[in-house]
Design a protein around this ligand. Structure first.
Ligand code: HEM
Length: 259
């Protein structure tokens, strides 16, 4: 059964009060989240953090919430007024939004508004699918009402898997953005004679040091989204918080070089 079919099966299972069907489909969802995490971990194999930070990311940045283009961009021949559009971000990927809606994970305030806005950058049918999931009867309420051990376990494993995915993503963002940004600051401050490295990572505008490609203030955003994921868990959540300690981040920053 594919991941998307499993989502539909969960929804149908809730509709027909079929505990077995929902439990089995949630097991598939959980395996898919794990595969996504395994794929995410391979980012390091193919992408050099300095190149990502100093070269690729600049092409991903947009002209909304971007301090270096605060007014947006005039599309000549389209409109005299500047327009604002966010840069490319996997926050615009439909899968995580589907999971949040399915598992009843709620993102509040500015973070929730940012994630909702990202849906405007998805293909309309994807956005519509997410909307459909959001108006279905609540899976979480169903799990709570049934009080079935296997069902609750399957649900909580999905939530825990998503927390682990988001932790793994935070580690990636630390390595691909936070560390190069702090390295760029360090190099500028020390005026070291490391011109080649400085040349690559300093191509990134300083205004973007604290920003994600979609324009968010990165770490606060990502950690809040991760914590809100934990909140959906039915049993008490005790694991999955694997943030790297600050000393580790600083150590990695000083070791980061271009080969
Ligand atoms: C070099 C690799 C990556 C970097 C540096 C990165 C960075 C970021 C940043 C900075 C954000 C905050 C929102 C923004 O401003 O764009 C974000 C959000 C997000 N990214 Fe990534 N990302 C990377 C790869 C991926 C991949 C491969 C996925 C897999 C789908 C992913 C999934 C997400 C999701 C779902 C969000 C929204 C926040 C959430 O739902 O937890 N990212 N990413």
């Amino acid at each position: 059964m594919s991941f998307l079919q499993a989502i539909i099966d969960v929804i149908n299972g809730v509709h027909y009060n079929d505990i077995e069907r929902v439990t089995k489909a949630l097991d598939v969802v959980c395996q898919s989240i794990d595969s996504m995490k395994q794929a995410l971990k391979r980012m390091h194999e193919y992408v050099d953090p300095s190149i990502f930070y100093g070269v690729i990311r600049i092409f991903l940045s947009g002209w909304k919430d971007n301090p270096s283009m605060a007014e947006g961009l005039v599309y000549e021949g389209v409109d005299d007024q500047p327009m604002e559009f966010s840069g490319g971000s996997a926050a615009q990927s439909s899968i995580l939004h589907c999971l949040d809606e399915l598992l009843g994970i709620q993102h509040e305030g500015n973070n929730g508004a940012f994630l909702k806005r990202m849906r405007d950058y998805m293909p309309p049918s994807h956005k519509q699918f997410i909307q459909e999931i959001s108006i279905c009867p609540s899976l979480r309420d169903f799990v709570l009402q049934q009080a079935d051990e296997r069902l609750t376990h399957a649900f909580d494993k999905c939530v825990a898997g998503l927390v682990e995915f988001r932790n793994c993503h935070i580690n990636i963002v630390t390595r691909f953005i936070t560390i190069p940004a702090s390295r760029a600051k360090q190099l500028r401050a020390n005026k070291q004679n490391l011109m080649e490295e400085l040349d690559t990572i300093s191509r990134a505008p300083t205004a973007l040091e604290e920003r994600g490609t979609g324009g968010s203030g990165i770490m606060t955003f990502l950690k809040t989204v991760r914590n809100e994921t934990k909140d959906s868990s039915i049993s008490v959540f005790t694991n999955g918080n694997q943030e790297p300690p600050m000393e580790e981040i600083e150590k990695s920053a000083s070791e980061l070089t271009i080969e």
